[in-house]
Design a protein around this ligand. Structure first.
Ligand code: COA
Ligand code: AMP
Length: 638
């Protein structure tokens, strides 16, 4: 049997042979003409000429193979006291009916449909119904405010929006409908219609002539069949933070996506058909797209949709309860969730209450996994804890300790805390220095991936091909720029240390400080501002604003800060977690006018810093520290 080194080498030297074989795991309506077209612009395309349907592959084919009675989705909602199970055959019926409703209202191949929903089974039904019709879904995370939803409506111009009356966030009920109505009012583009799921916890009014009640709509819908689409046709657009207020619409195609995700289930997650796979994330994030919805279903597994939190629903044993109750084999979440659990149950006492005998491995991603969290999880769970690294853009992991690939030495590669281990087959990861050349092992630089990217990654940005080239391909010709910096050690282990741009990672959620700065700057009293991500024990990072007021503004600082905090919440949403800003006299800058955000972050975190040689006036740094102390920042490390 081949081991990792040979498998990885083959994936790069013979990508067509490698991925052509992997593609046998998928049902094709028409075989591809070419596995890989490296000359396609702006990026190489996979399975060109092939036709398939992603919903067929995720749902219908399992029913056709006689597995219709297998549980496809377990909905576990501690916030509503519900556990419901849906077989593959039941999901097929629900998806076909909902697709029929969309189709009857005119949604067809290539049309966009926004899905703005909480963690309910209907969110998966809506996504898969779009896939069934060849319509392109764009799921918007529920923690975004009306304004963010409006930006996405205007960018992808949906024919329909699917939403719900409310979401339930721990003890809070969040009304979704006013956010949806607000977004449609702000947006220039108006959808033809909306489908609204009325939840018993909080019903909403429907807009006559525009809104359709989900239950009534599907009751009379004629089930729709799977529509053949090209492998290269978009399956979805998922917006992610960029460096400006305009989010990037990451496009995922059908063919490469299905092949890569099915491959990842076997090789990275080592999870077999019929086993239970649980990603405790949200359908609004890429983890939710890939590993709550598509991958487990493509692989014929049971997926868990959890409407709850790691703590507080009802306690820090919620995850262990779900794993035990549903026999979860493979579990995936973000390190921040473990930090939350550890804070409440430091000795892991609640773990012992549950039978975790079917649970084989924990996967962590979404942010850098701090060694303390990894050590705690390993010690308490006594199972492999796999830190793996990926991005919205890539759709599946770039680096991991792939549990289904023989290492050639031991069962898995030795775990090195702080490293997501080695590049996954398909990925050629390099670290480049400022001159654009690879740096020696152990040296920090920009982490890039040699082109072509493997299947399942993003071939372009929605409506923004030039931005795709500029943001990802232009700086290092021949490579994809990940936006992360780090190093590769002498054993080939990748270490992802920090972002090179203004993206920060708050509780595993990706946010742009540049976007927050745009909002702060729009406040009438603000002359200048900066936002940095400061260290937070639970969330990894949280945003902190620095604000210089216009001259003549003479109102209490606290009043202005409260307004700024409210403004960010109104414009981006609660997910931004922008809770604090300090008013400063001036911002530290280089002589050429560049704001020294990195130095400000170090000061706030109480880290040692050296004033850059190019600084305009070093005295400003002391002023900044003095402004931060009353707000509880800039403390020397304990
Ligand atoms: N709809 C509406 N509001 C939402 C929301 C949603 N889907 N998700 C989060 N929010 C709100 C929260 O209620 C909170 O609002 P508040 O400021 O009024 O309290 C705010 O957004 C921040 O949410 P969050 O960052 O999730 O903080 P939290 O304190 O509620 O929970 C954790 C902290 C660590 C428990 C939580 O972030 C978590 O479970 N993270 C897992 C990470 C994850 O799923 N990552 C995805 C990639 S794997
Ligand atoms: P997102 O697109 O929201 O999935 O965020 C992707 C970013 O999260 C990456 O570019 C990294 O900065 C960070 N990230 C995700 N997983 C890891 C990991 N395992 N280790 C370090 N950083 C990670």
């Amino acid at each position: 049997m081949l081991a990792y080194a040979e498998i990885h080498a083959r994936s790069r030297h013979d990508p067509e042979g490698f991925w052509g074989e992997a593609a046998k795991a998928i049902d094709w309506i028409r075989p591809w003409d070419k596995v890989l077209d490296p000359s396609a612009k702006p990026a190489a395309r996979w399975f060109v000429g092939g036709e398939l349907n992603t919903c067929w592959n995720a749902i219908d084919r399992h029913v056709a193979a006689g597995n219709g009675g297998r549980v496809a989705v377990i909905y576990d909602s501690p916030v509503t006291g519900t556990v419901a199970k849906f077989t593959y055959a039941e999901m097929q019926g629900k998806i076909a009916a909902f697709a029929g409703l969309l189709a009857a209202k005119g949604v067809a191949k290539g049309d966009r449909v926004i899905v703005y929903m909480p963690m309910v089974p209907e969110a998966l039904v809506a996504m898969l119904a779009c896939a069934r019709l060849g319509a392109i879904h764009s799921v918007v995370f529920g923690g975004f405010a009306a304004n963010e939803l409006a930006v996405r409506i205007d960018d992808c111009k949906p024919k329909a929006i699917v939403s719900a009356s409310c979401g339930i966030e721990g003890a809070k009920t969040v009304a979704y409908k006013p956010l949806l109505d607000g977004a449609i009012a702000i947006a220039r583009h108006k959808p033809d219609f909306c489908v609204i799921l009325q939840r018993p916890q909080l019903a909403c009014d429907l807009v006559a002539g525009r809104d359709i009640d989900w239950t009534q709509g599907v009751a009379t819908a004629r089930p729709a069949d799977c529509v053949p689409v090209k492998a290269t046709d978009p399956l979805y657009v998922l917006y992610t933070s960029g460096t400006t207020g305009q989010p990037k619409g990451v496009v995922r195609d059908n063919g490469g996506h299905a092949v890569a995700l099915a491959y990842s289930m076997r090789t990275i997650y080592d999870t077999k058909p019929g086993e239970v796979f649980w990603a405790a994330s949200d359908v609004g994030w890429v983890v939710g797209h890939s590993y709550i919805c598509y991958a487990p279903l493509l692989a014929g597994c049971t997926t868990v949709l959890y409407e709850g939190k790691p703590v507080g629903t009802p306690d820090a044993g919620g995850f262990w309860r779900v794993i035990a109750e549903h026999g979860v084999a493979t579990f995936f979440t973000a390190p921040t969730a473990f930090r939350a659990i550890r804070k409440e149950d430091p000795d892991g006492k609640l773990i012992a209450k549950y039978d975790l005998s079917k649970f084989r491995a924990l996967f962590l991603a979404g942010e850098r996994c701090d060694p303390a969290t990894l050590d705690w999880a390993t010690e308490k769970l006594k199972r492999p804890v796999v830190d793996h690294w990926w991005q919205t853009e890539t759709g599946w992991p770039i680096a991991a300790n792939a549990l289904g690939i023989p290492t050639g030495t031991g069962a898995i590669f030795p775990i090195k805390p702080g490293s997501p281990t080695k590049p996954v087959p398909g990925w050629d990861v390099q670290v480049l220095g400022a001159d654009g050349h690879p740096v020696p092992a152990g040296d920090i630089g920009a982490i890039v991936c040699r082109l072509p990217l493997p299947p399942g990654t993003f071939p372009t940005l929605w409506n923004a091909e030039q931005r795709y080239v500029d943001a990802y391909l232009a700086e290092y010709p021949g490579y994809y720029k990940t936006g992360d910096a780090g190093y590769i050690d002498a054993d080939g282990y990748v270490y992802v240390m920090t972002r090179v741009d203004d993206v920060i990672n708050v509780a595993g959620h990706r946010l742009s400080t540049g976007q927050m700065e745009e909002i702060l700057a729009s406040h009438r009293d603000v002359a200048e501002c900066a936002v940095v991500g400061v260290a937070d024990e639970l969330k990894g990072q949280v945003p902190l604003g620095f604000v210089v007021l216009k001259s003549g503004v003479n109102r209490p600082d606290a009043e202005i800060v409260a307004e700024i905090v409210a403004l960010v919440r109104e414009k981006i949403g609660p997910v931004a977690f922008f809770k604090q800003a300090v008013i400063v006299k001036r911002l530290p800058k280089t002589r050429s006018g560049k704001i020294l955000r990195g130095t400000m972050q170090k000061i706030a975190d109480g880290q040692a810093y050296k004033p850059p040689a190019t600084i305009d006036d070093p005295a400003i740094l002391d002023e900044i520290r003095e402004s931060l102390v009353p707000a509880g920042y800039a403390k020397a490390p304990a």
